[in-house]
Structures are given as C-alpha cells and as structure tokens.
Design a protein around this ligand. Structure first.
Ligand SMILES: O=C(CO)[C@@H](O)[C@H](O)COP(=O)(O)O
Ligand SMILES: [Co+2]
Length: 213
C-alpha cells in the first residue's frame, strides 16, 4: 500500500500546527518537510527550530528533505528536533556514504535524493546502505510545478535495480504528484508519494489524500 506524505511547503505557514493536525486527521502517513538553504536551491524555508516546535503537535512521522549544501551540518539538529527520516541530495554531497552513516547513527532513516536529470548510476553503491531513494519529479525549490514525465521510466528502472538485488530500499517520489498520476507511480514501483499542492491546495484535505491513495 502506497504511503501519502503531504508536503508542508504548500501549507499556510502562519498556521503550521493546525495544518499538521488537519492532515493527520485526514489520513496522511507521513509529513514531508522541505528544508531549503537559498543556495542549493533559490528558495528558503524552515529548519530544525521550527520543526522542533511542531513536534509536540502531531504523531506523524517527520520526513525531512534537505535541499542544502553541507547536509552533514543538519543531521544532529534534526535528530534533536524529533525528525524520523532524513534525505539529502547526491548533487550536494561529495561524501554521501559518510552522511548516510551519520543519519543512521543518529537514529533516523537515511535517504538519498536525485534531481530529475541525475542518473540512477550515482546511487548504485548507495542502494546497499540507504533506507530509501527519493526521486525528484520536478526541479527542486518550489511547490506547484508540473510533473516531469520521464521520471515514470526512472521509477521503473530503480524498482528493477532494487528487486534484482533483493534490497529493502523504498522509493519516494516528489514533485507534481496528483490524483491523476499517483496510480501509475505506484504501479511503476513507488512506495511513498509526496504531494504538496495536491493536498494543501484543496479545501478538504481528507478527500485530497483519499483521491491520491
Ligand atoms: O521538494 C519539493 C520542492 O522542491 C517538494 O516536496 C514540493 O513541496 C512538492 O510540491 P508539489 O509539486 O506536490 O506541489
Ligand atoms: Co520535497
């Protein structure tokens, strides 16, 4: 069964605790937290202090997506803030193996993220040690963009790589996910679907999550 992870990037930033409660009541499996540094991507969001303040307001799993240079500097603060899963971009990390181990040693699940145009070969060896791979289906930095269609083939190829090697690694998809493409993504092998505008852009979040599922 595919998991739905609404992205807080499209929520009302003036009411984050209420927005979290709304998606929890609406049946979300995780909450996706987009952390941007204004350098790796041209946008800036929130970091560990705000996430820590939100932690007591929900029991949802916190899934942090780091769109930052020097992701290693964020690992301990995010663990202390109560984050459960952390992923970082392979394009931003020359020492990816070390960072994966840092995340796991801090008690969190570790994921590696690929931009749409980044080859699957970059994660070939990492597949043995990461808990999940996050495939971007838009160029990172902003919510509400259009799904890049070639990602569908990339999901199928990654699923084959994982199955052939009998690995336990999950696949998360992020960007432009809507009720219209969610079914195809799950069929192609996705385990977790991130959806920002398709959930928070709708008045009835429960119905939006159900439509995606
Ligand atoms: O990481 C990102 C954007 O950089 C995403 O998590 C977006 O927040 C997804 O938003 P939608 O495309 O679903 O509106
Ligand atoms: Co994201």
């Amino acid at each position: 069964m595919v998991k739905i992870a609404p992205s807080l990037l499209s929520a009302d930033f003036a009411s984050l605790a209420e927005e979290l409660k709304d998606i929890e009541r609406g049946g979300a499996d995780l909450v996706h937290l987009d952390i941007m540094d204004g350098h790796f991507v041209p946008n800036l969001t929130f970091g560990a202090p705000i996430i820590k303040a939100l932690r007591p307001h929900t029991n949802l799993t916190f899934d942090a997506h780091l769109m930052v240079y020097h992701p290693e500097n964020y690992v301990k603060p995010l663990a202390d803030a109560g984050v459960n899963m952390v992923s970082f971009h392979v394009e931003a990390a020359p020492h990816a193996d070390r960072i994966v181990h840092m995340i796991k040693d801090a008690g969190m699940k570790a994921g590696i993220v690929l931009n749409p145009a980044t080859s699957l070969s970059t994660v070939d060896y990492l597949l043995e040690i990461v808990d999940y791979v996050l495939l971007m289906s838009v160029n990172p930095g902003f919510g509400g963009q259009k799904f890049i269609s070639y990602t569908m083939d990339k999901v199928r190829s990654l699923r084959s790589m994982i199955s052939e090697r009998h690995l336990n690694c999950q696949i998360e998809i992020d960007g432009g996910v809507k009720a219209e493409n969610a079914g195809k993504l799950a069929e192609a092998g996705a385990d977790i679907l991130v959806a920002g505008s398709a959930v928070f852009g709708k008045e009835d979040r429960k119905a939006a999550i159900a439509a995606l599922r």
